[in-house]
Design a protein around this ligand. Structure first.
Ligand code: AP5
Length: 207
């Protein structure tokens, strides 16, 4: 059975950074609902128009929209090892996932919770920069972009929006910790360590 791994954790915990590395080195496919939504906003699709105001305000996009995106993606990726990066983020999303996976011959193999204090989230997100051509994630201090790469800052990486995203995480996403603990699927990692150390911890869970 193909592997299905969930990355859970606050904004800026390093989920995207680690998912990109696992994709590169271990052949996982990264499914980032945030990336899918940003692409839709950029292309001005119906989905993008609906999602934009929620994203700019740091709020969650409605569950029904997100669930249908994931269903479609999972159907496309039959038989592939995947990382769900940023999904599920609410109890209804997790319940919908539990219902759809068996139909797709999958189950949740592991949920990795990235633990990192709020102050570090703010520092990481305000220093985050992205290469719009490749989607590669950098940080002005911890992982500066090469001088010939032109980078951009995400619209929702402004301090007031970051604070709202953190609040939304604590209110709406942290109940998933208990949800997956009960299913015996939760693995907690210390995501305040260096990217290499975090990567090693993740490998020890999934291999
Ligand atoms: P999304 O794009 O998923 O954002 P997020 O969860 O807020 O997570 P981030 O992408 O901000 O952080 P990350 O953990 O990937 O950190 P990164 O690796 O970049 O969602 C955006 C919006 O879309 C939401 O607000 C919502 O509106 C909507 N949305 C998405 N999914 C949804 C869903 N399921 N339901 C409803 N709405 C949804 O790292 C951050 C920075 O730190 C980088 O600069 C990086 O270089 C650096 N860094 C990473 N690791 C380390 C390390 N170990 N040490 C030092 N620096 C590090």
């Amino acid at each position: 059975m193909a592997k299905t791994i969930i990355f859970l954790g606050p904004p800026g915990a390093g989920k995207g950074t680690q998912a990109q590395r696992l994709a590169q080195e271990k052949g996982f496919i990264q499914i980032s609902t945030g990336d899918i939504l940003r692409e839709a906003v950029k292309n001005g699709t119906e989905l993008g128009k609906k999602a934009k105001e929620y994203m700019d305000a740091g709020k969650l996009v409605p569950d029904d929209l997100i669930i249908s995106i994931i269903k479609e993606k999972l159907q496309e990726l039959e038989g592939k090892d995947i990382i769900l990066d940023g999904f599920p983020r609410t109890i209804p999303q997790a319940e919908a996932l539990d219902k759809m996976l068996p139909e797709l011959n999958r189950k949740v193999d592991a949920v990795i919770l990235f633990e990192v204090p709020d102050e570090l989230v703010i520092e990481r997100l305000s220093g985050r920069r992205i290469d719009p051509k490749t989607g590669k994630v950098y940080h002005v201090k911890y992982n500066p972009p090469p001088s010939d790469v032109e980078v951009i800052q995400r619209d929702d990486d402004k301090e007031e929006v970051i604070r709202k995203r953190l609040e939304v995480y604590h209110q709406q996403t942290t109940p998933l910790i208990e949800y997956y603990k009960k299913q015996n699927k939760l693995h907690v990692i210390d995501a305040s360590k260096s990217p290499d150390e975090v990567y090693k911890e993740i490998l020890s869970v999934i291999e």
